[in-house]
Design a protein around this ligand. Structure first.
Ligand SMILES: [Mn+2]
Length: 418
């Protein structure tokens, strides 16, 4: 039998890719995760922060979250422990705790200076005892509060602050570990920070703790066996010995050009109490595809790229069209072509070959009108053309007048400006 744990993070429910909402695909992920937990008899699910993309998520995102928690715990014996990340509101996540705890869901949303607030010793149905330490995202002032409690005098100058902060975190983790039961088979730290040497995918905000941009592994208490980490969106093993330190990564791609397969981290403790770690690949519910094209290849390249994806999956598309000279109507041609596929068009941009000109010189004494600026910009971008094509200038004027008008009135008639 053994004991099975899944570790995930950075769901960012409710996130948008430019203007494209991703919640439908996020719900597909949640349903898949629920089925995986039920089918694989997972005993414990850990979510290491950034559940939502914003502190006050949409009703649709909140509903998806609660439905997942309810459906999963109603159809399995899985316990769920989660912490808040820097995108979450800790108090918002904690508010429904009286109901969530009935369903075996424990939220550690706020950072407390009391170690006991962060530590849980649990027994699973098959008699494994697990220690869990949940450290939600914290700010420098949270650590300074702890230092004050320990009567640690503040350093004399700011340059010593990073070491002071790190030492305080070390002491706090040590005191928290004192609350673990000795007979625990496994002690897990759940955190949402940058640790050790990590690789970012670019969608995370850097965390800077007064000059400390990452927490070194040297301060990790020897009683911890597994660091279930969130914040970096790329799945990665940072350390395997003497403890595991793993970023599960986000369950779906949020950026064009992001490579690799998205994963869940899985920990299995076998009946001999040995700890094993592996990955579970997550299906791609929303391909995020960027295609570079030109006049000669755009039809073939777009069709052959999109034909590789299953028809029932709605990909998000970005197209960069390289042209020799300004060509009105290209975006419409690309749109017509894409109409044959089930895709969300995030952006279609054109780039004129080899224009590498300097910025428009402007002086604060001589600020041109928006239309003059547009003409300057156009001539800089397309130096070979003498005049702006009438069609483009008309579109620009229409857009510009709409923009200057009432912003609540829908803009009509303007075709896509390239
Ligand atoms: Mn984060």
């Amino acid at each position: 039998m053994g004991l099975k744990i899944i570790h995930t993070s950075d769901w960012h429910l409710g996130k948008k890719l430019h203007n494209i909402g991703l919640i439908e695909e996020q719900i597909l992920f949640l349903n898949w995760l629920k089925d995986t937990i039920i089918n694989e008899n997972i005993d414990l699910l850990i979510i290491a922060g950034d559940i939502f993309d914003t502190p006050h998520p949409s009703a649709k995102a909140i509903k998806a979250y609660f439905e997942f928690l309810n459906d999963t715990t109603s159809n399995s014996d899985c316990l769920i422990y989660l912490i808040s990340g820097n995108h979450d509101s800790g108090s918002f996540l904690e508010a429904p705790s009286p109901f969530l705890e009935i369903k075996n869901v424990k939220v550690i949303g706020s950072f407390s200076s009391q170690p006991s607030h962060h530590v849980f010793n649990i027994s699973t149905k098959n008699n494994y005892s697990i220690g869990l330490m949940g450290f939600p995202y914290f700010r420098t002032r949270d650590i300074l509060d702890i230092a004050k409690q320990y009567n640690k005098p503040l350093p004399k100058n700011d340059s010593q602050l990073p070491v002071y902060i790190i030492e305080t975190i070390q002491e706090f983790i040590k005191k928290s570990c004192d609350h673990f039961k000795k007979e625990n088979h496994l002690n897990i730290f759940i955190g949402h920070y940058l640790f050790g040497k990590y690789e970012l995918n670019g969608t995370e905000q850097g965390l800077f703790l007064s000059g400390v941009d990452s927490i070194p592994f040297s301060i990790i208490d020897e009683r911890l066996d597994y660091l279930a980490l969130g914040h970096a969106h790329r799945s990665q093993v940072l350390k395997k010995d003497p403890f595991h330190a793993i970023y599960s990564g986000s369950p779906m791609k949020f950026r064009f050009g992001e490579k690799g397969v998205k994963k869940l981290a899985r920990i299995i403790i076998n009946p001999e109490k040995e700890i094993n770690f592996d990955w579970i690949n997550i299906p791609e519910f929303k391909p995020i595809i960027h295609i570079d094209v030109n006049h000669d290849n755009y039809v073939n390249k777009i069709q052959s790229t999109l034909n590789k994806y299953p028809k029932d999956i709605k990909a998000a598309i970005s197209i960069l069209f390289e042209v020799d000279k300004p060509t009105p109507g290209i975006a419409d041609k690309v749109r017509d072509l894409l109409a044959g596929f089930s895709v969300d068009i995030v952006k279609i941009k054109t780039k004129v070959k080899s224009t590498n000109k300097e910025l428009i010189p402007l002086s604060p004494m001589n600020i041109p009108s928006t239309e003059e600026l547009f003409k300057l910009f156009y001539h800089q971008k397309f130096p070979e053309s003498k005049e702006i094509p009438a069609e483009i200038l008309t579109d620009f004027k229409r857009l510009n007048s709409n923009h200057d008008g009432d912003p609540t009135v829908p803009r009509e008639g303007a075709t896509q400006l390239l």
